[in-house]
Design a protein around this ligand. Structure first.
Ligand SMILES: Cc1cn([C@H]2C[C@H](O)[C@@H](COP(=O)(O)OP(=O)(O)OP(=O)(O)O)O2)c(=O)[nH]c1=O
Length: 184
């Protein structure tokens, strides 16, 4: 079975390759929804589905994977910041507190069967002063990441600890996805 990862995220590509899955990448142009009135788990699965369905329409012979990662704090989903000032505001908000990272995944199989799931990881941030935020932005590009941080890029500067899976924070809950691809 051909597998397509409908994602422009280099982290997702890296994680799926490391799991030994062979796949093709076809980024999805689907627009994400960031609606605080929709429950987090429903929202990230919905966005993942929009991304996967878009590509599946042109590739009916493949299993198409879509994913969406949201950082959730104070009842609101944080997507990717629109500029550096918004990125700074996100890290100020996350500073010294715990938040939830939710990654939703959707696989559309040949024939149209759809499997959706999500995983949650709790992330506790250190207290961040302005200098640390500036120094951290020298280590990663916050603009292409939900919540303006990448746990995989000098994460120890900002993260105190996590409860759950690291790969889920990075953008793809791989063990469960591999089970789904195998038909479990
Ligand atoms: C919280 C967090 C997010 N991220 C990244 C993963 C995703 O690439 C991005 C979340 O944005 P998404 O909108 O989920 O994904 P994307 O736009 O990068 O890619 P696509 O829609 O084409 O699949 O944030 C990290 O790399 N590390 C982290 O610690």
């Amino acid at each position: 079975m051909n597998v397509i990862l409908a994602s422009a995220s280099p982290r997702r590509r890296e994680l799926l390759s490391a799991a030994g899955v062979s796949f093709e990448v076809v980024p999805s142009p689907a627009e994400e929804i960031h609606d605080a009135s929709i429950p987090l788990d429903v929202l990230c699965e919905k966005n993942a589905e929009l991304k996967a369905l878009d590509i599946a329409a042109d590739h009916p012979e493949a299993a198409v994977i879509g994913a969406d990662t949201l950082v959730y704090i104070d009842g609101e989903p944080l997507g990717k910041p629109r500029d550096l000032e918004a990125a700074r505001a996100m890290l100020r908000k996350l500073s010294g507190r715990a938040h939830t990272v939710c990654t939703g995944v959707c696989v559309v199989f040949p024939g149209g069967r759809v499997v959706r799931f999500h995983e949650l990881t709790a992330v506790r941030f250190r207290v961040l002063d302005e200098e640390t935020i500036t120094a951290y932005f020298g280590k990663t590009n916050p603009l292409d990441k939900a919540g303006a941080y990448g746990i995989q890029d000098s994460g120890e500067m900002i993260v105190e600890g996590i409860d759950g899976a690291f790969d889920n924070v990075m953008g793809l809950p791989v063990p469960r996805l591999v089970e789904v691809l195998r038909g479990n």
